[in-house]
Ligand binder design. Structure first.
Ligand SMILES: O=C([O-])CC(=O)C(=O)O
Ligand SMILES: [Mg+2]
Length: 230
C-alpha cells in the first residue's frame, strides 16, 4: 500500500468483527500472526478499532530507601515525574489504540484517571499485557480496557518507563506503531498496516456471506432482523 488512508481503513474496520479480521489474515497466509493471547481480556463487553500507539514499561531494579510517609509522598511524585513517566500521552491522536507493553507485570499502571484522560485525547481503547486498577470506575466511565491483570498497586518501586513508539509484544503479537488493532468480545487482533486493505477485502467477504447465512436462519425462525444480518 503506497498511501495509508486512515479514514478509509477506519470506515471498513469499524464494520468488521474480530473473527472476520482473523479470517482475512488467514486468507493472506498470516495464520501465525495477529491474535493476541486470550488471557488479555476486556473489563466489560466492548468493541473498537484504531491504530496502535505503542509504549513499554519494564520492571524496575532500583532499590527503594527507607522513608517516612512524608518523604514517601515526595518520592511518589518523583517516580511519576522522572521514572514511570507518561510524556508519550501528549502525542495521543484521534483513533489511537494504546498498546501498552507493561512487561507482563501485575501493576496498576492503568487506572480510572489516566485511562479516562487518554480517552479524552482520542484513544479508542487500551490493550495491555499488564494491569488495570480502579476497575469499577473504568467500567463506570466506559473506557475500553483489555488487560491481563486487575491490579491493586501503584507503579512506584515496581515499574519504569522504557520507550514509546517502538515495536512491542502484546500477548505474543508483534505490534508496531500504526498497525491496525481490532477488539471485540472475541479478543484483540493486530493487522500489519501495510496489509490492512488486503486483509479487509477478504474479511469483508466473510462478513457479508455470514450475514446472508445468518439472515436465512433468522427468517426461518421468525426473528426480527437486526444490524448483524442486514
Ligand atoms: O495513578 C496511577 O498510576 C494509575 C491510577 O490509579 C490512575 O490513573 O487512576
Ligand atoms: Mg487511580
Amino acid at each position: 500500500m503506497t498511501t495509508i488512508n486512515k479514514k478509509e481503513i477506519m470506515d471498513i474496520y469499524k464494520q468488521l468483527r474480530v473473527a472476520d479480521v482473523r479470517d482475512g489474515m488467514d486468507w493472506m497466509m498470516m495464520h501465525n500472526y495477529g491474535s493476541v493471547s486470550p488471557d488479555i481480556v476486556p473489563l466489560f463487553r466492548t468493541r473498537f478499532c484504531g491504530f496502535a500507539r505503542t509504549v513499554r514499561y519494564v520492571p524496575t531494579n532500583r532499590p527503594i530507601p527507607k522513608m517516612t510517609p512524608d518523604e514517601y509522598t515526595e518520592f511518589v511524585g518523583h517516580w511519576y515525574n522522572s521514572i514511570a513517566t507518561y510524556g508519550w500521552q501528549n502525542d495521543i491522536e484521534e483513533d489511537d489504540v494504546i498498546m501498552m507493553d507493561a512487561s507482563n507485570t501485575n501493576v496498576g499502571i492503568i487506572g480510572s484517571h489516566n485511562s479516562l484522560d487518554w480517552k479524552s485525547r482520542g484513544a479508542r481503547g487500551i490493550v495491555t499485557n499488564g494491569g488495570c486498577r480502579d476497575t469499577d470506575e473504568v467500567i463506570l466511565t466506559e473506557v475500553p480496557v483489555y488487560s491481563r491483570y486487575r491490579s491493586q498497586t501503584m507503579v512506584q518501586g515496581r515499574i519504569e518507563f522504557q520507550a514509546a513508539n517502538i515495536p512491542v509484544d502484546i500477548g505474543g503479537v508483534l505490534v508496531r506503531p500504526g498497525d491496525v488493532v481490532v477488539a471485540d468480545y472475541d479478543g484483540v487482533i493486530v493487522v500489519p498496516i501495510e496489509k490492512a486493505m488486503d486483509v479487509a477485502k477478504y474479511a469483508m467477504k466473510e462478513l457479508q456471506q455470514d450475514k446472508i447465512n445468518r439472515r436465512e436462519v433468522y427468517e426461518k425462525m421468525g426473528m426480527e432482523l437486526d444490524d448483524t444480518v442486514q
